[in-house]
Write a protein that binds this ligand. Structure first.
Ligand SMILES: NC(=O)C1=CN([C@@H]2O[C@H](COP(=O)(O)OP(=O)(O)OC[C@H]3O[C@@H](n4cnc5c(N)ncnc54)[C@H](O)[C@@H]3O)[C@@H](O)[C@H]2O)[C@@H](O)CC1
Ligand SMILES: [K+]
Length: 200
């Protein structure tokens, strides 16, 4: 059975995976690559991807996903919603993006078939910054396929507080384990299908 891990338990699992020969970079690679692979299996033709990234490692997962999308020859764009001061692992994945991936400012986002929310994951708590909330409000009204990595941005992974204008997904990829919030019916309404991906 898929386990349910709090944020602290998830960090302990990651640390143990690294202590036994893994690396944080490999965990991030697996998260983004396996989310991309699941998405590829859902579509028969190329889809236009937009990845919204924050500054933390959730954004790094999104950058890995964008790289795999572009390497498959499908169009991909990324937007660094909270600036370019990224976590070291995310910065490495930004530097690794192929030139075909467009990097766009939030005020110039293209029409897309699939929008991936990689703004906040397990490191999030509180309320959404006003600019993020405004963008989520706009995206939640659009008709494309909305995908959240680990947790829809705006939702606290441990206790499930739902901030105003939280991202509303059709698919949420939970990494390695469900988080307590995934089990709450009011949060499930924001997650859509919750698919747990092994990232070891
Ligand atoms: N740690 C690891 O090795 C791995 C982490 N993974 C991914 O990393 C995520 C966790 O990454 P992080 O711990 O970097 O956290 P996040 O990427 O969820 O976000 C952390 C950032 O958001 C900021 N923040 C939090 N609440 C905020 C608020 N209300 N308003 C504005 N800023 C806010 C924090 O100050 C921090 O800069 C997971 O959900 C998962 O997607 C995966 O890549 C697998 C490996
Ligand atoms: K997210």
């Amino acid at each position: 059975m898929t386990p349910v891990y709090t944020v602290a338990q998830m960090r302990a699992w990651e640390d143990a995976a690294v202590a036994t020969g893994g690396s944080y970079a490999a965990l991030m690679e697996n998260a983004g690559a396996r989310a991309a692979a699941d998405l590829f299996s859902r579509f028969e033709t190329a889809q236009r991807l937009l990845v919204l990234c924050g500054k933390g490692n959730n954004g790094g997962d999104g950058l890995v996903l964008a790289r795999h999308w572009a390497e498959a020859g499908w169009p991909a764009a990324v937007c660094l919603l909270l600036g370019e001061n990224l976590s070291p692992l995310s910065a490495a994945n930004l530097a690794n993006l192929p030139p075909s991936v467009q990097q766009l400012p939030p005020e110039r986002l293209p029409e897309s078939d699939v929008v991936v929310d990689a703004v906040f994951g397990t490191g999030y708590s509180g309320e959404l910054p006003a600019a993020v909330a405004a963008l989520m409000r706009q995206i939640n009204r659009q008709s494309g396929c909305n995908v959240a990595l680990d947790m829809p941005s705006g939702i606290n992974s441990d206790h499930g507080h739902i901030a105003a204008d939280s991202f509303c997904a059709q698919i949420t990829y939970a990494f390695q384990a469900f988080k307590p919030a995934h089990k709450l019916p009011e949060v499930q309404a924001y997650c859509g299908d919750i698919v747990c991906l092994d990232i070891a």
